[in-house]
Ligand binder design. Structure first.
Ligand SMILES: [Zn+2]
Length: 310
């Protein structure tokens, strides 16, 4: 896996710790971060999308015309917790948690800045949900360290902690983690919405199975049930797709699912064998998922696992 830098391509125009004379007046031993180039042939005005390097929780946004200009801070949890400040932006895209590779802002030349670039400050420490405790605030940089340390720690997390099974599975499905663009990002975006629809379907299936009635009815009702189940499954699948694409209509769709469930008359239409039920509901039964669904599920669980709130 490759590291996602705030600006792609990644080119540092001013390193950490340099130019002590310039930064003395700010009470710093030198440049307290790195400056990243933003001017390229396709962004001559220096306005480029700024991407999250890892799961980034939004902390605050500021505007300091004499300093960082339009800037914002995020918390990133790696081996240590990190507070990152991105400065001189044009604007910040509203977000609560930016996923890996997701856009957070657009770069510019606001604040105390002579030319368009991104300034990135990285401070290691401990985030308790309210207060950030710097590892060493008195290090001459008010707690900031060379962002290379941040990217090294990120690289280590990505290399060492990536479970083999996840790697294998993604490879098997032809999904490359070498790029943060495209499909992987799609997975991140969709996984949460997908989970909702999945739960709804599981619940409907569970209700069906519970009310499945006398097993002796199986023979005569089998065909009807199969048809009805397929119709329901199709409808729920369609809902699922809608949910994935239209976030704002989730509530309405949920209501539809409930209505659907209400229409189920287990006495008449539902016959489902124990085996079928087990197959449809067993969480560990991989057959239940299409490959695509499986990968989403895996990535979702990976994110949860990575964040440590399992
Ligand atoms: Zn700078």
């Amino acid at each position: 896996m490759e590291i996602v830098y705030p600006i792609s391509p990644h080119f540092i125009t001013q390193k950490f710790g340099v130019n002590p004379n310039v930064y003395k007046k700010f009470g710093l031993k030198g440049h307290n971060g790195i400056d990243i180039r933003t001017k390229y042939p396709d962004s001559l005005d220096g306005k480029r999308p700024m991407a999250a390097s890892w799961l980034s929780d939004f902390l605050l946004k500021g505007n300091d015309p004499k300093g960082y200009g339009v800037n914002f801070e995020v918390i990133v949890k790696l081996k240590r917790d990190w507070k990152l400040t991105y400065a001189h932006c044009e604007f910040v895209v509203p977000f609560k948690t930016a996923q890996w590779g997701e856009q957070m802002a657009v770069s510019d030349n606001t604040g105390f800045s002579t030319a368009a670039h991104v300034h990135l400050t990285t401070k290691p420490g401990k985030w308790d949900g309210k207060v950030f405790i710097h590892e060493d605030y008195n290090n001459g940089y008010k707690g900031a360290v060379d962002p290379q340390q941040f990217f090294d720690e990120l690289g280590a997390i990505m290399e060492d902690d990536m479970p083999q099974w996840l790697n294998g599975l993604l490879q098997e499905n032809g999904i490359s983690l070498d790029s943060a663009e495209g499909r992987i990002r799609e997975i991140f975006d969709q996984s949460k919405r997908y989970e909702l629809a999945q739960k709804e379907r599981d619940k409907a299936l569970r209700d069906l199975a519970e009310a499945r009635g006398d097993a002796t009815k199986f023979e005569e009702n089998y065909i009807t049930a199969q048809k009805e189940n397929k119709r329901l499954a199709d409808e729920i699948d369609e809902l699922k797709r809608s949910v994935a694409s239209r976030d704002t209509q989730v509530t309405a769709l949920e209501a539809r699912v409930l209505t659907l469930e209400g229409q189920l008359n287990p006495e008449k239409v539902l016959v489902i064998t124990r085996e079928e039920y087990a197959r449809l509901t067993a969480k560990k039964q991989l057959d239940k998922f299409t490959k695509w669904e499986l990968v989403q599920e895996i990535v979702k669980r990976f994110i949860v696992w990575k964040r440590g709130d399992k």
